[in-house]
Write a protein that binds this ligand. Structure first.
Ligand code: ASP
Length: 347
């Protein structure tokens, strides 16, 4: 296990409460239901702030996880929202899913020209007898629900990245760039934390925003939204809109969301598998580790070329993560403030 000593020491010396080798414990939540929200990557810091506006006022985890990831959908980044990297034909196609504490869930996939796919996913959940709508049908539904059809333009940075990618036109996912991030106490974090960086060579990075939250009533919910793999084949759908793969919530147990190579999250029914390990009594971190280990075993030497990461939150407000490779982090927000935590990893 590569829960690296350096991170452990960093966290300990910063006095971050509740860190154990088994993961992170939102200790205050053990007594009552203290809200907490966690989200993937450093973009999760801003997203959590959006969610916290809801949670801190006693709002529901469901409203929080929708509002939270909408923040990232509004930012220009490589991998979320209409400003993100396009598919190989030059179109941005979006996947999103949402799930509440009663197994209600909704998702959209291969959705184009709609700014907030997460809100369309919620409408699918609340207004249709279905769980998933895709492509033209998802767009038609969104328009009928009053969403606006945005221009079919690439953002400036996506256009640049796409032009660069066209020079080689190879589909070669790049595992996440190791960022200069170590867990920091609230006071050391810049309030205007930057959206995820785009790789200068035009290849893609994994930066789906996935979020899970526990509200004051003790209910869990989760959300996930992404443009998926940059320069993917037209029509490709990843794990993010697939309930049980990219996202899963069981209010008796916990909530889990994934990021990384979607195909390899789907083949292990990743988020659902993590929830099942937590049901068996594993800590969130250990449950994530077991599923990441399974991916490593299945992929054999190919595991060197992919990234897969999970974050998990259990019913008690304990949270943890695991990644295949170094470089993954996740953001945590509670009443005590926010943190960015470097994930342990297996390779
Ligand atoms: N999981 C996403 C997908 O495969 C990508 C990511 O997390 O960045 O679509």
């Amino acid at each position: 296990m590569s829960i690296n000593r350096r991170n452990f020491i960093n966290l300990s010396s910063l006095g971050i409460a509740g860190f154990t080798l088994q993961g992170f414990v939102n200790k205050s939540s053990a007594k009552g239901m203290k809200p907490i929200v966690i989200a993937t990557w450093d973009a999760g810091i801003n997203a959590n702030k959006g969610a916290w506006e809801v949670l801190s006022k006693g709002g529901s985890a469901l409203d929080a996880v929708e509002k939270g990831v909408m923040v990232t959908e509004d930012e220009i980044s490589c991998c979320v929202g209409l400003g993100a990297n396009p598919d190989r034909d030059g179109h941005v196609t979006l996947d999103a899913s949402i799930m509440d504490h009663e197994f209600n869930c909704g998702s959209v996939a291969f959705l184009e020209r709609i700014k907030h796919p997460i809100s369309v996913a919620r409408k699918v959940m609340e207004k249709t007898p279905h769980v998933m709508l895709v492509g033209a049908g998802a767009q038609q539904f969104a328009l009928a629900e009053g969403f606006t059809l945005e221009a079919d333009n690439l953002s400036e940075s996506a256009d640049k990245a796409y032009k660069q990618w066209l020079k080689k036109s190879t589909y070669k996912p790049v595992i996440n760039v190791e960022r200069q991030t170590t867990a920091q106490p609230t006071s050391q974090l810049d309030d205007k934390f930057k959206a995820p960086a785009r790789l200068s060579n035009g290849d893609w990075n994994h930066d789906t925003i996935g979020m899970v939250a526990l509200d004051a009533k003790g209910n869990l919910s989760g959300s996930c939204t992404t443009s998926g793999a940059g320069f993917k084949l037209r029509g490709r759908v990843g794990d993010s809109p697939i309930i049980g793969a990219g996202l899963y919530v069981d209010n008796e147990v916990g909530a889990v969301v994934a990021t990384g190579q979607g195909e390899d999250v789907i083949r292990v029914a990743g988020s659902s598998a993590v929830v099942e390990f937590m049901r068996q009594g594993k800590s969130p971190q250990e449950a994530c580790r077991l599923v990441v280990e399974k991916v490593r075993k299945i992929k054999k030497e190919k595991a060197a070329d992919i990234q897969v990461c999970f974050i998990a939150l259990n019913k008690k407000g304990e949270h943890g993560s695991y990644a295949l490779h170094k470089g993954f982090n996740y953001a945590v927000q509670t009443a005590e403030g926010h943190q960015l935590i470097e994930s342990p990893f297996v390779m």
